[in-house]
Unconditional design. Sequence first.
Length: 374
Amino acid sequence: MATHAGGSTAAAPPPYSPPLPATTEELLAQLKLEQLQPIFDRELLTLDALLLCDDRDLASVGVPLGARKLIAQALIPVRQAKAAATPLGASRATLTLQPVVPLPATTIPEDISGGPVIASPFEAVELLDLNAQSGQGGGPGGALCVTPALVTRYHGDQVLVEPIGLRVSERQGVGVWLDPTSVHLRPIGWARLHDLPLTLPSDRVQFSSWDSFLSANVIAGAGNVRRRPATAFTLEQTSPPHMTADELAALAATNKFRTGMRLEARDMMPSMDLICVATVEAVRGPQVLIHFDGWTNKYDYWALHTSTKLFPAGYCILHGWQLQSPKNYGRPFVWSEYLAHVGAEAAPVAAFAHVDPATMFATSDIVAGESSII
């Protein structure tokens, strides 16, 4: 340790932190992965498009595993900086309101299948309020207003967000350009997870549910719809409304879930009120990423570990509820057999803050020997 001539100890210099990259070229240069630039150029992967990708997306275009992990790690501070730049409730003066303007086709990312991705569905918080010329808005009685919306255009580091269902004549002047990591953009099912209603922009809008909308998979005159994966959303975008950073940090300390644990979880798509066999795919602070066994990741969602939508193994049969077994499992479902088959452990009852352990006295017997398939 260095000292001054007078004997006092010199302050240690702060650790070096590279500047945040502004482009994919800068990102790849920092990681010494410049050889990947042709892939990024071919796939039109700007830095903001890259923030919308998950590990599977990068793997599908030929990015090696080691490079994907380095890129994911390097994007963490970029996501945090962008999220901090657009806090919920920020002054409207900080948000650029623009009319819908057709953009050159070169600004639209390419789907893996080769078709253009020109619409991504989201749930938008206070989108109608952001567009209100009078400065008034929100839901009834000042409640949080959550609107089904689409990202329909990409330009630079911004995405154009529009409410679902408006006619072309009504869309002029309605679009809002936001950063992709803005907390005004929430994943599909976020409102249902937090028991909030979806507010439509007009009584004329025909929107019954996300299920029916996504099953159609086409917007009149627009093209394909591609759903953004849950892993592409930040902690702030997937957190409950009005929850502070300090509250999230306090909850993180009590999270007893671990990656790979099995549990029973409620599906966030409203067409059928299902509870399914699920896996803790990842843990992030106070949150867990729920993945439904046997299904693709498009149904994954982030939830607080205290969520009342999560249940321990055996909860359904103990309470007389139906449990959906893993897709294509092909045999009567018994928790003990399934856990042995996949080499996993059930999440402990203590991990579920809303479940009284006294009501789960029979869980070990149920998990060990009862069938809960429907």
